[in-house]
Design a binder for this molecule. Structure first.
Ligand code: IPE
Ligand code: IPE
Ligand code: MG
Length: 259
């Protein structure tokens, strides 16, 4: 027992030293992660895809802790897309149960680490049990002032823009807004991510080179970091590697290189 505790402690110290090697002035404020590759990870081991989803939830625990320790302000993680309903019913049910169990088991730890939970997506379409956990997680962590963990569940970038456009159109109809008042800032304020900065860094594990409908509007100038490693094998060390790479990049936002 003490051995386990001891090795964990040593490990934590090593990680802390690693985090200290980052340029503290250029920590990305907002990191977004497409938690992909769970199924492939499991299948490689001759296990059912669901085994990979369980392993993926464990990885999320570690990465939330790491992001919080590193000093990231917002971590948005893609857990279930508006298109993932196309999967076999059993897999969808398992994912819903896993999300609900994850929220249930993490609230204490979130509170201990001062993490505030937020959710984006078409939440009203989720099973009632998941919606209840979402409300509870939001309420019980509302007073925390550290990392914002923003979970994207039944999220689609297109659905998000459609939703924003519908609300804006309604306001125009009611005479609260005129069409010429619609600008980037107004649209930002009607997205699920209202009030959050755009992601600085987007990480996609598992080797696929696409956004799969994640944060389409918000990622206009986000730096991308892709790896072949599947999400269950993603580690705090890899997160540091991604951030180090980010810190070497020059972001121009359409302008010119600084002299
Ligand atoms: C990501 O892993 C989890 C969800 C999409 C819910 P996948 O289930 O997509 O795993 P792969 O991409 O098939 O390996
Ligand atoms: C994106 O992964 C969604 C999540 C990780 C939640 P998918 O596995 O659904 O994406 P595609 O189908 O490979 O594009
Ligand atoms: Mg996938």
């Amino acid at each position: 027992m003490w051995k386990k505790w001891f090795s964990k402690k040593v490990n934590d110290e090593n990680l802390e030293n690693l985090y200290n090697t980052l340029d503290q002035d250029r920590i990305p404020k907002h990191i977004a992660i497409i938690m992909d590759g769970n199924g492939r990870w499991a299948q490689k081991r001759g296990m059912p895809r669901t085994f990979g989803h369980h392993a993926g939830a464990e990885t999320l625990r570690n990465i939330v802790r790491a992001a919080s320790d590193i000093g990231v302000q917002v971590l948005t993680t893609y857990a279930f897309s508006t298109e993932n309903w196309k999967r076999p019913r059993d897999e969808v049910n398992l994912l819903m149960k896993l999300i609900s169990d994850y929220l249930d088991s993490e609230i204490e730890e979130m509170n201990q680490n001062n993490v505030r939970m937020r959710f984006i997506g078409k939440l009203a379409e989720l099973p009632q049990g998941v919606q209840d956990k979402i409300v509870e997680s939001q309420q019980r962590t509302a007073g925390n002032t550290g990392l914002i963990l923003n979970l994207a569940i039944n999220y689609g970038g297109r659905a998000e823009v459609v939703h924003a456009v519908q609300i804006i159109a309604q306001k125009v109809l009611q005479g609260e807004l005129t069409p010429d008042q619609i600008d980037v800032d107004l649209i930002n304020r009607h997205l699920y991510t209202a009030g959050l900065p755009d992601p600085d860094l987007l990480i996609r594990p598992s080797g696929d080179l696409r956004l799969s409908n994640f944060l389409l509007w918000q990622s206009a100038y986000t730096e991308l970091w892709l790896t072949d490693i599947n999400w269950p094998d993603f580690t705090p060390e890899l997160l540091v590697e991604a951030i180090k790479d980010f810190q070497k990049r020059e972001r121009r936002f359409g302008g010119l290189k600084k002299k």
